[in-house]
Design a protein around this ligand. Structure first.
Ligand code: ATP
Length: 342
C-alpha cells in the first residue's frame, strides 16, 4: 500500500495568455488530510487541482510531494488518483473490470487484482453489482465505481473535482457520508473541489477558500465559519449580519465588542436571539421587522436597525411570538464572544 502523502505548494501561479487564473498560492496539504478547495465559479479551484495533478503545468512556483520537488514531474509519474464530475467509466466494461483497469496497467498478478477488486467493491458498497455494466447503475452507484477505481491502486493522493454535482440531494448526502468513511478507512490524502459550502463544512479537515485565483484563507471548518479572515470569506460561508459600528443604531448602548480590527461588527444570524422587550443585560439593539418569510420549520425575518442597516435572521417558526407582523419593534441580543470585527 502506498502511504498517504504531504503536498507542498509554494507561490503557485497559473496564467492562460494574459488571464491570471491562479496567483501566488502557498499552502501545505498534510498527510491523510481532507482538504477542500471552496470558492465561487471561476475562482481557480479546478485549475489548482489540475496543477496538482500535473495535467496543467504551473506558470510560477514549486510543488513538492513528501518534500521532493515534483514541479516538472509528469502526471503519470505523480500517480495521483482522480475522480471527476463525469465519471468517465468504460461503458463496455463491468464494474469489476473498471476497477481492475488501473491494476492491470500496473501489471499486477491476476490473483492480486481479483482480491483488491473484491475489497474495493465491498468498500464502496457495491457488493452484488460487480458484473453489471455502468449503464445499468444509478448515478450514485456509478460515482462509487469511479471512486473505487481511483482508490484501487492506493494512490498517495486522491484529487476529486465536484464528484457529486450530478447527484440529487439525498444521494449526495449519502455519498458524502461514504466519502468521509472511505477517507478514514484509506487514510489517503484527499483534495476535494466543491462550490457547496455545506458539503465543504461537513467533509473537510481544512477548507481553502479561493477567490479570483487567490487563496483567501485556509483553516478547519469551525474556524473558517466562526472566525473568517475577511468579509468575502464570512459572506461566502453562509448568512452573516454585518453592522457598521457607525451606522448600526448602537448610539447610547454600551456594547461589549470583541477584540480585533475592523469597523463592522459581524454576527452569524443563528447566534442572534430575538425578543419582544429589551433584555435586562448583555449586548442588545432594537430592530424593526420589515418582512417575514414562512419556510416551514423556520421563518426568515428581515429587519432593520435604527441606523437603517438590514439584519436577517432565521428562527424556528415555533419559537416566534404569534401575530408577528411587519412594523413590529423587536430586540436582538447576542453573547459578546459570538460577534467579531471585520
Ligand atoms: P467552477 O466552479 O465553475 O468549476 P473553478 O473555480 O473551478 O470554477 P477554474 O475552472 O479553475 O474555476 O477556472 C478559473 C478561471 O480560469 C476561469 O475564469 C476560467 O475561464 C479560466 N480558465 C480555466 N481553464 C482555462 C483554459 N484552459 N484557458 C483559458 N482560461 C481558462
Amino acid at each position: 500500500m502506498t502511504e498517504a502523502a504531504e503536498i507542498g505548494a509554494s507561490g503557485i501561479g497559473k496564467s492562460f495568455g494574459r488571464f491570471t487564473a491562479l496567483k501566488d498560492i502557498t499552502l501545505t496539504i498534510g498527510r491523510g488530510e481532507f482538504l477542500t478547495l471552496l470558492g465561487p465559479s471561476g475562482s481557480g479551484k479546478t485549475t489548482f487541482l489540475m496543477v496538482l495533478s500535473g495535467f496543467e503545468p504551473a506558470s510560477a512556483g514549486r510543488l513538492t510531494l513528501n518534500g521532493r520537488d515534483i514541479t516538472e514531474t509528469p502526471p503519470e509519474a505523480r500517480g495521483f488518483g482522480m475522480v471527476f464530475q463525469g465519471y468517465a467509466l468504460f461503458p463496455h466494461l463491468t464494474v469489476e473490470e473498471n476497477i481492475a483497469f488501473p491494476l492491470k496497467v500496473q501489471g499486477r498478478s491476476a490473483k492480486d487484482i481479483a482480491a483488491r477488486v473484491k475489497e474495493m467493491v465491498e468498500m464502496v458498497g457495491l457488493g452484488g453489482h460487480g458484473h453489471k455494466k455502468p449503464a445499468s447503475l444509478s448515478g450514485g452507484q456509478q460515482q462509487r465505481v469511479a471512486l473505487a477505481r481511483a482508490l484501487a491502486y492506493a494512490p498517495p493522493v486522491l484529487l476529486l473535482d465536484e464528484p457529486f454535482s450530478a447527484l440529487d440531494k439525498n444521494l449526495r448526502g449519502q455519498m458524502q457520508e461514504e466519502m468521509r468513511r472511505i477517507h478514514q478507512d484509506t487514510g489517503t490524502t484527499f483534495v476535494f473541489v466543491t462550490h457547496d459550502q455545506e458539503e465543504a463544512l461537513a467533509l473537510s479537515s481544512r477548507i481553502a477558500i479561493f477567490e479570483r485565483g487567490q487563496l483567501q484563507q485556509i483553516a478547519p471548518p469551525r474556524e473558517i465559519y466562526e472566525r473568517p479572515a475577511n468579509r468575502f470569506v464570512a459572506e461566502f460561508l453562509g448568512d452573516i449580519n454585518i453592522l457598521p459600528l457607525e451606522a448600526g443604531g448602537f448610539e447610547g448602548r454600551s456594547l461589549r465588542l470583541p477584540p480585533g480590527q475592523g469597523s463592522n461588527l459581524a454576527i452569524r444570524p443563528e447566534y442572534m436571539e430575538l425578543s419582544l422587550a429589551q433584555p435586562a443585560e448583555g449586548n442588545a439593539i432594537p430592530l424593526r421587522l420589515s418582512d417575514l418569510t414562512y419556510l416551514g420549520a423556520t421563518t426568515r425575518l428581515a429587519l432593520t436597525t435604527a441606523g437603517g442597516v438590514p439584519v436577517v435572521l432565521q428562527r424556528p417558526t415555533a419559537s416566534l411570538p404569534e401575530g408577528l407582523n411587519p412594523g413590529a419593534e423587536l430586540w436582538t441580543s447576542w453573547e459578546a464572544g459570538r460577534g467579531f470585527l471585520l
